[in-house]
Structures are given as C-alpha cells and as structure tokens.
Write a protein that binds this ligand. Structure first.
Ligand code: NOJ
Length: 554
C-alpha cells in the first residue's frame, strides 16, 4: 500500500542538545521552533521528538514522571502547542516518543504503588518477593547489574529492565493499559502525527519470572522472557484498536531484537499493530567480546548480509526503518566512515542508506557530518549507561582496564550522539549562550551548519538532494531491492526495480579504487554521486569512498 510515511524522511531531534533559546545550557522547545526553517530547507517531512515530558532526567527523559506535562527545562505545554502549529504550517509532521514500558520512579503511579501492598496502584508495577534475601531471579538490567530493586517499605523487589529509577509497568493489568491508551488519545487529539515507541517489544513478560539458564555469570540478560513476549501482539492490537486506529498517524516501534517472521507480525498491513519497526541487527555488527565497549572493525560482507536479510525479509510485507545514527548510537561517520575522507564517506553512507527500501531517518547533526567526541575523562560523560557499565566491567569484574573502557566510550558511548548540535563557529557552536549541559565537540569550528549552508558541495546539500530525489521518484520508495556482489569486501552494490525503471546504487566503503563494468547500466543517467563524472562509460571508475546512483529506463 502506498502511504505518506513510506514516502517521507524523518529527522530525529534530541531536544536537550538541539538548540537552547534561553541560555540555561539545555536545548528547549522554543529553540526547536527557531530552527524549523532550517529543517524546512533540508526538506525533511517528519520530526521525531525524543521525550520532552516531565522527567527527573535520570535517562534524559526516558524516565517520565508525567505523560501530560512538558519538562520544565524544555518549556511549557503552550510552547509545545506552538511548535506543533509552526511545524504543521511548514508542512512538517511531528511524532512523539512514547515510553510506556516503564515510568520514572517519581511518577505518581509508582509513588503510590510502593506505599503498601494493598495500594490501588500496587499492581501497576511488577513486584516480587526476594529469594533467600536476594533478588527474585538472575535477570540483568540493560544498564548493568540486577534488574530488581529492593524496596524496604514493603520488603519486596520491583522490576526495572533499565535503571532502578525506571520501574517497569505491569501490562498484564488492564487499568494500566487503559490509562496509557487514554493518554495516547489525549496527545493524538492535540494533532500529533504519531509515536515512536520506546522498547515496545518488551511490554509483555513471561509471567513465570524464572531464572535464565544456563547461568554463566551473576546476572543474565532475560531477552527470552521479556522480548516479544506471549501477549505482545495482543497488547499492540488492542492499543491500535483503542487509540491509534482512530487517527491517520504513523508508528515506529523500537524493537530491540526480533526475527523476520515476528517483524512481519509487528508491521504487516493486515496485522494492525505498527507502521514500521526500528531494529538494531545492523548496528550490532561491530560488537566485540564485551559488546559495544570493545568494538571490532567493520566487516562489510557481514553488514550487507544483515541489511539484505531485512530488505528481502520485508520486501512484500512489513516495512523497515533505515538508520545509521540515533541518540543511542555513536556517530556513523566515525564508526563506518573515514575521517580522512570526511565529506566523501559521509555522502557515501547517506547514499547507501537512503536508496534502501524503507523510511530513512536522519539524526540531528548527521546531515552536517558531526563526529564522535574525543572523551579523555569520565568527567566529560553524562550517560547513566556508561557509569553503570564502568562500575560493572572495570570496577566489579575487572574485565577491562580504565584505558580500554575509555577507548570503548570514545568509540561507542551514547554521549557521542548527544553533544550539542553545531550551528556555527561561535562560542559553544552557537548552541547556547550559557554553559552547555554536555561539552561541545571541539571540531565545531570547521563542522557546523553555517559553513555547510555556504558550501554548495556540502554534506548538507547532498542530503537535501537525496530527500528531493525521494520525493520525486517512486522507485526510491517502492522499488524492489536486489543485492549484487554479495562477497565483495569493500563495495556495497544493489539495484532497485520499479515499473520500467531500474536503479543501480554503488557504494565504496574503502579507500581503494575499483573499476566496475556497468553492462546494462552503461547508458544510464547519474542521479547523484560524490564524484565528478559527467559521462557514463562502459566501465565506471570508483574512487575511494565513492558513491553513485544510476537510473536506467528499461
Ligand atoms: C531506548 C531509548 O532509545 C534509550 O535512550 C533509553 O535509555 C531506553 N530505551 C530506556 O527507555
């Protein structure tokens, strides 16, 4: 089915780091309003706003204390209404983050819940008795350590798959579900255009709460008991029926892991659950022995295999999200690109992604070539995930030295994506007149929006052109994908086919040069490239980090 959210490009804003309008060092809603014309110029269709709800900010807003209020550092509900109106006036839609696997421990539901065993809100969360004065089972939190927190008030433990300040909601409780749907409709009635749903495949837990076996370490990741659980499809169908189906909106489910078959169930047209899913198999491609903290060099063949599995898997049924970056990932330019070929590798990575089948996402700063931050000390870090992992891997387990962990933080920490947006070469990159809540990347003097807008060959203008092409050419949205040269170690080449057109997309992930025989594409039209080739010949000379999209009429 053809639909607007397949034809769109989504731009993710991490409000805390986007633009600060009042000099308190923290980005805010008014700041976003001031930059809407910039986004309009880029050409994106939809903004996904990371959480702006009231929150103690333990996990930068993914710990919500009031779903129907705006966090004071971001502004007011009037500011939000104004943002929505101003965005809509420019033809830009707004998608909100929906974080309903857990709340903040400061949410009134949890404050009530922990008071007593017979409190009416007790069953809004997941409470269990300990086992021999220990946690109820061996489950590990995503942010390290046990996923149970002891609460002395009632001498019981509550479940938190993330930090101990983010207790998990009990979705088995119908009242919880109905309260959430009511809250969703309140936002939808305001006129928002959809939701990005945080860790949405974790809502349904296997109710036996048993240990993970075999136990090879103290705490074990409980994926098989908490991901894609027994009632997940029932819950999502109910959510769709009771809230979403009454509006013309899009949803994107953050699915921490699932199979292609499960993905079809989540996003199949006749399933009435989600529009598309956001999964991470390709961003796990470089995980090493200690996961992201010890990354290994990119194996392109492996990356192609994963991306292709999802392209083929959801070719006929379901829909993919296409992304390299988000607020939980390091910057792709530092990760899979090459800083010696900054411009070219940034454009090549964009080309690889934007011509795949699915809806592309741009994470703030990606369009100007922002890179990872050179962390030298833990004082520069803000993310709760890093502190917990440091405690676990360096202090408790002594698995990594301080130096090894710092290397891991530089390569993979989420704070790499969270440094302020670089607007110009003035103080604090023009992000704030105050003290930024997290350091600005020192490379802002050369990498910034102002400079990118001046340069007609900039990464920004390349993204702008990619977006325009998508808006003009149905083949980019709906064409069938096919991988070529699957075992080539450096080149990612694929085709897209639609009606009487065929696209050939060639991307060089290396500093080597190659000659490629174009065969049926030798008379094609070059749609976009980071190379200067005015005429196409039988053989295409591919430069280091070169990228080429060629269109052939059949
Ligand atoms: C996924 C979000 O993207 C991440 O930032 C957050 O820490 C966890 N979910 C918990 O909400």
């Amino acid at each position: 089915m053809k639909t607007w959210w397949k034809e769109s490009v989504i731009y993710q804003i991490y409000p805390k780091s986007f633009y600060d309008s009042n000099g308190d060092g923290i980005g805010d809603l008014k700041g976003i309003i001031l930059k809407l014309d910039y986004l309009k110029e880029l050409g994106i269709d939809i903004i996904w706003l990371s959480p702006v709800y009231a929150s103690p900010q333990v996990d930068n807003g993914y710990d919500i204390s009031d779903y129907q209020a705006i966090s004071k550092e971001y502004g007011t509900m009037e500011d939000f209404d104004c943002l929505l109106k101003e965005a809509h006036q420019r033809g830009i839609k707004v998608v909100m983050d929906l974080v309903v696997n857990h709340t903040s421990n400061q949410h009134p539901w949890f404050i009530e819940s922990r008071k007593s065993k017979d409190n009416p809100y007790r069953d809004y969360y997941i409470w269990k008795e300990g086992k021999n004065h220990q946690a109820p089972n061996n489950w590990e939190s995503v942010f390290s350590g046990s996923s149970w927190q002891y609460d002395k008030q009632t001498d019981m433990y509550y479940l938190h798959l993330y930090s101990d300040k983010q207790p998990d909601l009990n979705w088995e409780n119908e009242d919880v579900r109905n309260d959430i749907y009511k809250m969703m409709r309140w936002w939808l009635d305001k006129g928002i255009d959809g939701f990005r749903m945080d860790v949405i495949n974790k809502l349904s837990k296997v109710q036996t709460f048993q240990d993970v076996f075999p136990q090879t370490k103290k705490y074990m990741r409980p994926s098989k008991y908490v991901s894609n659980g027994p009632r997940i499809h029932e819950f999502l169908k109910e959510m769709n029926q009771k809230a979403l189906s009454h509006y013309d909106v899009m949803t994107v489910g953050e699915i921490t892991s699932c199979t292609i078959e499960q993905a079809k169930q989540y996003t199949g047209e006749n399933e009435h659950e989600l529009s598309m899913l956001f999964q991470f198999e390709h961003t796990d491609v470089d995980a090493g022995p200690y996961g992201k903290w010890t990354p290994v060099p990119l194996d392109l063949v492996k990356l192609k295999k994963i991306l292709t599995k999802w392209q083929y898997g959801l070719q006929e049924e379901g829909w993919n999200s296409l992304f390299w970056d988000n607020h939980d990932q390091p910057r792709v330019l530092s990760r899979f690109g090459n800083l010696d070929y900054m411009q070219d590798s940034a454009k090549m990575l964009a080309t690889t992604l934007h011509f795949l089948k699915g809806t592309p996402y741009i994470y703030q700063g990606e369009e100007i070539g922002m890179t990872n931050y050179p962390f030298t000390s833990l004082d520069e870090v803000r993310d709760v995930e890093v502190f917990n992992a440091y405690q676990d891997l360096v202090k408790d387990k002594k698995a990594l030295t301080h130096e090894q962990m710092m290397k891991g933080i530089c390569a993979s920490s989420r704070d790499n994506a969270r440094t302020p947006m670089q607007w110009n070469n003035e103080n604090n990159a023009g992000f704030t007149t105050g003290n930024p809540w997290i350091n600005v990347n020192p490379n802002y003097k050369t990498i910034n929006v102002h400079q990118q807008l001046l340069d007609p060959n900039s990464i920004f203008h390349y993204y702008q052109k990619l977006i325009q092409l998508r808006h003009q050419m149905p083949i980019i949205v709906y064409g069938t994908y096919e991988l070529l040269e699957e075992n080539h170690p450096d080149l990612y080449i694929y085709t897209r086919t639609y009606q009487d057109e065929k696209l050939l997309v060639i991307n060089n992930f290396s500093s080597h040069e190659y000659d490629y025989e174009l065969k049926e594409f030798r008379y094609s039209q070059l749609l976009i490239s980071n190379d200067q080739c005015d005429k196409i010949h039988d053989i295409l000379h591919i430069k280091p980090y070169g990228c080429y999209a060629l269109l052939q009429k059949m």
